[in-house]
Design a protein around this ligand. Structure first.
Ligand SMILES: NC(=O)C1=CN([C@@H]2O[C@H](COP(=O)(O)OP(=O)(O)OC[C@H]3O[C@@H](n4cnc5c(N)ncnc54)[C@H](O)[C@@H]3O)[C@@H](O)[C@H]2O)C=CC1
Ligand SMILES: O=C(O)C1=NCCCC1
Length: 306
């Protein structure tokens, strides 16, 4: 089959996705033989300010064989082209035949937000009231959608480099969103902060972050890119999706020298604690296994409707 982002948006249910992602992230952190997922292969395109990422995964228990190919470009402000363009291939693992070719933008946006929601569920302060989104692009939109579906906040704030974009974001959101003029004002007193920008220098500073807040850091996916400053990285308890991925790709982890406390999956398995009372950072980079379970959910739902 060949499925488009429009179809996938209808088929990929957030609650089902969260439950499948929790299971697979837990399994990943056990490092069993049933799950094969190398760290993303990255082909840098220095000449064009981008890279091509290859993200294969095999999940033996459910017999899911999948790969995503994702092109990522740091665009000029105002460019009409998307930053991230992706295609997901699902294979029949018995024969190697390709069973589905899927657009990858919705899968990428929704599964990333769903993984951040799992981290927030475990790490955000009890009775969290204020959600703050830094950035107003695809990931900010999907994080808004998933977080407001999974949790109830009294206030949602957005900050973006472009005030017009932030205002557009607020208008398009399904509920009230406060547009903030600066990062500092946006994050002051926030319980949950999502950083979803293409910044390569820190824009979120520890001195602005409320003690006990939870930060889901989604951008800065190259070893020399940052969204968070050293103070925040060193003072917070740092969780990652994959230790190997973070050591290879996260500028926030590598350049700050911060210690990684645990993987999300270790918290899910109960082998490492969720330090909810401390300031926490979940550094997300994205993993092939997340795309694999998402693609399988889409494929099964599509088949059940034929
Ligand atoms: N952790 C994960 O699994 C994934 C992470 N990402 C990352 O998420 C980030 C956002 O992706 P999208 O929302 O798809 O991109 P997008 O292009 O739709 O939105 C990017 C946002 O960042 C802002 N921005 C760009 N440069 C900036 C700068 N220097 N300072 C402050 N803001 C800046 C833009 O104004 C826009 O609001 C990217 O860094 C991407 O690498 C993307 C997919 C998966
Ligand atoms: O996991 C992904 O997919 C991506 N992560 C970092 C940026 C490109 C897409």
């Amino acid at each position: 089959i060949k499925t488009t982002d429009t179809e996938i948006a209808q088929l990929l249910d957030v609650a089902e996705l969260i439950s499948r992602l929790e299971a697979v992230m837990g399994e990943f952190s056990q490092r069993g033989a049933g799950l094969v997922q190398p760290v993303r292969s990255v082909v840098p395109l220095q000449k064009h300010g981008g890279f091509l990422g290859l993200m294969p995964a095999y999940l033996a228990h459910e017999d899911i064989l999948c790969t995503k190919m994702v092109a990522f470009y740091q665009r000029e402000q105002g460019s009409s082209l998307p930053t991230t363009q992706a295609t997901v291939l699902l294979f029949d693992p018995v024969s190697g035949v390709v069973s589905a070719v899927m657009d990858g933008e919705v899968i990428t946006a929704r599964r990333t937000a769903a993984v951040s929601a799992i981290s927030a569920k475990l790490l955000m302060p009890r009775h969290a009231e204020i959600l703050c989104l830094l950035g107003s692009g695809h990931q900010a939109v999907s994080h808004y959608e998933v977080f407001t579906q999974a949790f109830t906040f009294k206030e949602v704030r957005v900050w973006s480099r472009s005030k017009e974009r932030a205002e557009e974001f607020a208008r398009a959101a399904g509920g009230p969103v406060t547009v903030c003029p600066s990062v500092k004002e946006a994050v002051e007193g926030a319980d949950v902060i999502v950083t979803a920008t293409n910044a390569s220098e820190p824009l979120l500073f520890g001195k602005w972050v409320k003690s006990g807040a939870h930060v889901a850091a989604v951008g800065a996916c190259r070893p020399d890119w940052r969204e968070l400053d050293d103070d925040l990285m060193r003072d917070a308890v740092v969780y990652v999706d994959s230790r190997e991925g973070a050591a290879a790709e996260s500028g926030d982890v590598i350049l700050s020298g911060a210690e990684v406390f645990a993987e999300l999956g270790e918290m899910i398995n109960g082998s490492m604690p969720a330090q909810r009372d401390k300031t926490t950072v979940f550094k997300s980079l994205g993993m092939g296994i997340q795309d694999a379970v998402s693609a399988k959910l889409v494929y099964d739902k599509w088949k059940s409707q034929q």
